[in-house]
Structures are given as C-alpha cells and as structure tokens.
Design a protein around this ligand. Sequence first.
Ligand code: EPZ
Length: 419
Amino acid sequence: MDKILVHGGHPLNGTVRVSGSKNSALPILAAALLTRQPCVISNVPDLSDINYMLQILSHLGAHVERASGVVRIEAEKLKTEAPYEIVRKMRASVCVLGPLLGREREATVSLPGGCVIGDRPIDLHLKGFEALGAVSRIEHGNVKLFAKELRGATVNLRGKQGPTVLGTDNVMMAAVLAEGTTVIESAAAEPEVVDLANFLNKMGAKIEGAGTRRIVIEGVPELHGAEHEVIPDRIEAGTYLVAGAIMGGDVMLRRVDPTHLGALIDALRQSGYAIEVGTGTLRIKGHPSPTPVQLTTEPYPGFPTDMQAQMCALLSQTSGISVISETIFPQRFMHVSELKRMGADISLDGHTAIIKGVEKMSGAPVMASDLRASAALVLAGLRADGVTEVNRVYHIDRGYESIDEKLNQLGARIERMKA
Ligand code: EPZ
C-alpha cells in the first residue's frame, strides 16, 4: 500500500487546476445506462472511484471507452445485477439502482456496507422506488428491485439527518422513464444533483426544480444519448482553499465554480482570510492571526460535511477555541484521533468537536481512514514540524486526482512511496 511523506513548513504559492467533480461524475456515468444511444461525458476525474463505476457499467453490459478525461458509454443491452466484488469497494455503486429500474424495471445490487464515517442506509432510496411502484427485497446481502410498471408519484425523501443526495439522484433516474409525474419533496439541492438533472434533461428528460427542495419529473417514453461536461469538484477546491489558509501563502484556484462554495468562503472570511472571487477562479491569501470559528455541517447550501475534517486540520492550528458540530454523519471524526497524534488539542462531545488551537503540530506516522479524513491529515502535515507519514493513501486516491503533484506544484514537499 502506497504512503506519502509530507515535509512540513513549505509555504504554498501559485495556481492549481481543480478537476471535475467525483460526486457529480458518478451518478452521471450511471445515468448513461438509461439510453441505448452513446453518451459522451467530459471533465471526468481520474480517480479509483470512477474506475470502479466504469467497471460496474462494463459488467452490466455497457460499452465503455475512456480517453483521459472523456468517457464514452453505449449501453445497448444490459444485465441487471451489479457484482459484489466491485460494489463492495464503493458505496456510491448504489446509484446504478435507479437507472436499471428505470430502464429494465429490475435491479440487483449488493447492499452498501457501512463505512468509517457511519452507517450508510438506503431506506430512503427504497421508499422512493416503492412509491413509483417497485417491489424491493433484501436477500443474501443484495437489494433486489422489481417493477411491473413505474408510475409517477409524490414522495418525501427527508430522513432523520435531512435530505439524501444519492437517494434524490436514484429516484430521479428511476422517475424519468415512469408513466406520469413524480414530485420529490425534501430533495437534496447539492450542485451535483443539479448537474445530474441537467444531463438527464439533455437526454430528453423533463425535470424542473433541481437545486430546490422540490423536484418535478415528467416521465417520458425514452431518452437519447447526450454530451455533458461535469462541473468542477467543489470539495477538492475547498480542500486547496484550506491548504492555502493553513500555509499562509497566496493560492489561486482555476476551473472552479465559486457559487458552489459559499458556506466555506463565508467561514474562511469569518476567520480573517482574504478570498477573492473571480470568474471561474478563487484566490486565498494567508492571515497572520486568524480567529476561531463555530461551524455546523448542514445539507447544501449549508457548510458541507465533506469539508469538516479539513476544517478540523485548519482550526487545530488557529489560536482560540473553535467548535464544529457534525449533523450529517455524527460519527465522522476518525481524523480527530490521528490529528491528536500530531499534537492537536481536540475533544469530542457527541457529534461536536471542541478544538483548542495549538501553536505548532508535529509530524507523525498517521493512518488514513476515509477520503476526507486522509486529506485533512495531509493538510495538517503541510504545516507541522517534521515529516508526516500518511499510510493507506488509497483512501485519498479515491477522491483526489494527483493531490501530491498538485500540492508540490504549489511549493509543498510531498513524496509518494510505492509500497
Ligand atoms: C453523498 O453521499 C456524497 N457521496 C458524500 O460524499 C457526502 O458526504 C454526502 O452525500 C452528504 O453530502 C457521493 O455523492 C458519491 P446522503 P450519500 O444520502 O448520498 C442518511 C465524499 O467524501 N441516509 O446524502 O450517500 C445518511 O446516513 C462522500 O465524497 C438515510 O438515513 O449521502 C446520512 O446520515 C462521503 N437513509 C444522511 O442521510 C438513506 O436512504 C445524508 O446521506 C440515505 C441516507
């Protein structure tokens, strides 16, 4: 297993290009199953999660070609069972359920296990599919769906932790070929949901309201192929903004959509950082004495849970007491114990982290646990004294395209050690 060595203390200056969004590309690639005609998706990031999705689509019978960031998918004939050996590697595989149900009226996908950020149920996905007329069964670790026909319905997809992103995607993808009108209440409003709806509408779907809590889908008899460029990855962008804040340099991001990062920009400005918003660019400059902040993660447009770990790394080195409450995945604090190994002063009270900023953290061997926690450890290592050895780097490669190369281009000193 690869590991990376982060040598602390190298300031960051310069420009970094943000890649296409992982969390937009995954459901969009799955949506290509809804038509027999070819779809061409561009700005697809080179990530292991994307590779897993392409393997699943190929296994289902789609013809998949990839040339750097462009993927061509032609799903003429489809099998309807996604293989456990691939699905188990990536929870987002569940987003093939909607397209398979929409097109073939049946689907079998192994249940997503939990993961380190917490239990990952799909009860709301199934609630939506059943509202459309599907029957769901859980057997031998698989979720099986079957529908004689799919009829539009009104369904509220709010769970106890609020809306569901992939649940909204899945129900939308099943509803586009249903008979009649579907209304999704308490829909997720993330930019990635809007990107998927835009792609589906290019394929001939009739979806209105994406980006609001109420999405209306008018079923159509069939969809045709389409071309689409995936939006920039707002979480990758946010991660590099925080890197710029931690290292106090002058970092410019390009090919980013600043409107997707409002809550993070507000939080960083509140802490004292100067952030310039341009057309497709964001620029952050360091601050000599940033102030602590209080944050609560919320569904979009609130502060994103996927930026919580990275903010813990920044606030661990911001003098004063900061507080972060995690409402989406209450157990999403695997990074805290590793940051404490580096000298952070963080105490957990239920789903709230109380962070007392320390002058200097110290590099140490740490263990990556999930995608964003791993990024947080790299960020902390950028400024810590000495070398931070981040093990199990495959977690990072799931969601960050060449993070070591991009940070080194900005002036960091990161070595990747092939295991
Ligand atoms: C998406 O996961 C993202 N993944 C996650 O990013 C992100 O953290 C999450 O949305 C929240 O923004 C992708 O888009 C591939 P949810 P998703 O359904 O859709 C509960 C990353 O780092 N829930 O919005 O699986 C659930 O347990 C990843 O890139 C139910 O109770 O998340 C959670 O508490 C990590 N029942 C909350 O809702 C359900 O049926 C939000 O989950 C579904 C979800």
